[in-house]
Design a protein around this ligand. Structure first.
Ligand code: PMP
Ligand code: GLU
Length: 396
């Protein structure tokens, strides 16, 4: 049976694959601790659930909406960006999508012709490169310097720029490192992009999840020139614990938004209507539940970080945001006799019964990713099992 070249070359999402593998082992009766997927473990706040239920009961949720979302949701997004980013947008600059993931997918479809290059700093979220490839574009990976919190500099970006470069992807706080670009770093990168007419893609999905007094700054808030050259990708999945509702959005330059709207109208039509009503309540409603969840993540980070750095051969600077730990485990791999991080990750699952994600999927083969978006006792037990496994292997 014939399959298209584009799918033959496609790598499935390693985060979702690792999660499915851990779940399958758990379902078979094994006591597995899953620290794989980046998904908050809290129930969606009740006021948000109620808004969806009301939309279902009133009948509103029974029907299609405009393909790019209902106006009150677009208005709620514009108001949120005004509050959070101090930027002004109109509702015509917004498209609502089936998760931020699909916003990115539509965006690459909208901006890439064959051979167009998108610069992606590494470590990068697993789906960026594959999505660029699905749009016939070429991901150009620029390696973040581990000593500089894995962040890239303008000099590195300039060295990667060619006449085919169409966009640069910035994800801060970053999945998987949890590091944050400072305002000065963003300004330098933003001005470089504007000068070279390179679109900035700002994946701000973890923008509200910053801890221990660290600050996040939206690149689109730096200057009008940068804002006009930036497409913001965001959503409610992480901040409001709404991964299952699949609400994402893109906001930015009208020609790109219009192109994305046309793709959405031919691909999915609107995001599930009940989810749109839920998202309005998330964005407009009280903020106490999201503060509580953020504080819980902060406490988990503060407990988990010293436990992970105490594992022999694990090296990690303390993350500032998101909900991942991305230790460099090369020294431990060498001491345990592994060449390939994937073999270590497989043994962690099969022998120690802890699910983590290989750093190879994020472009760094010396690392593994642990998500701390789960119950603290589970996190502690998962890290304890990793520690015990590593020690026993080293002493073998
Ligand atoms: N960007 C990053 C960096 C992510 O980690 C995720 C998590 N899946 C997404 C985008 C997409 O989120 P969602 O599709 O759930 O809105
Ligand atoms: N972004 C999350 C993660 O990195 C969710 C899974 C996915 O869509 O990749 O684990």
């Amino acid at each position: 049976m014939k399959l298209a070249k584009r799918v033959l070359e496609l790598e499935p999402s390693v985060t979702l694959e690792a999660t499915a593998k851990a779940k399958a082992l758990k379902d078979s009766g094994v006591d597995v601790i899953g620290l794989t997927v980046g998904e908050p473990d809290f129930a969606t706040p009740k006021n948000i659930q109620d808004a969806a239920i009301a939309a279902i009961k009133s009948g509103a949720a029974s029907f299609y909406t405009p393909a790019t979302g209902i106006l009150p949701l677009k208005q709620a997004i514009v108001d949120y960006l005004k509050r959070q980013y101090k930027t002004d947008y109109t509702t015509s600059q917004v498209v609502v999508t089936t998760g931020a993931k699909f916003a990115l997918y539509c965006l690459f479809q909208a901006i890439c012709d064959e051979g167009d290059e998108v610069i992606i700093p590494t470590p990068y979220w697993v789906s960026y490169g594959e999505q660029v490839g699905l749009a016939d574009g070429v991901p150009v990976l620029v390696k973040g310097n581990e000593a500089n919190e894995f962040k890239v500099t303008v000099e590195q970006l300039e060295a990667a720029r060619t006449d085919k470069t169409v966009a640069i992807l910035l994800n801060s706080p970053t999945n998987p490192t949890g590091m944050i670009y400072t305002r000065d770093e963003l300004e330098a990168i933003g001005n470089w992009a504007v000068k070279n007419d390179i679109l900035i893609i700002a994946d701000d999905i973890y923008g509200e999840l910053v801890y221990n007094g660290n600050e996040w700054f939206p690149i689109s808030g730096i200057s009008d020139a940068i804002k006009e050259n930036t497409i913001v990708i965001n959503g409610v999945s992480k901040t409001w614990s709404m991964t299952g509702w699949r609400v994402g959005y893109a906001v930015g330059p009208l020609p790109i938004i219009k192109a994305m709207a046309d793709i959405i109208s031919q691909a999915t039509s609107n995001l599930t209507t009940a989810s749109q009503y839920a998202a309005i309540e998330a964005l407009n409603g009280p903020t106490d539940s999201i503060i509580e969840m953020r504080e819980a993540f902060e406490a988990r980070l503060n407990e988990a970080y010293p436990l992970v750095t105490a594992i022999p051969g694990f090296k990690l600077d303390k993350p500032r945001g998101a909900f991942y730990l991305f230790p460099n485990v090369r020294e431990a791999l060498d001491k345990m006799g592994y060449d390939d991080v994937n073999d270590f990750v497989n043994d962690l699952l099969e022998i120690a019964h802890v699910g983590v994600v290989t750093g190879a999927g994020f472009g760094h083969e010396d690392n593994i990713r642990l998500s701390y978006a789960s119950d603290i006792e589970k996190i502690k037990e998962g890290i304890r099992r990793i520690h015990e496994f590593v020690e026993s292997k080293i002493n073998d």
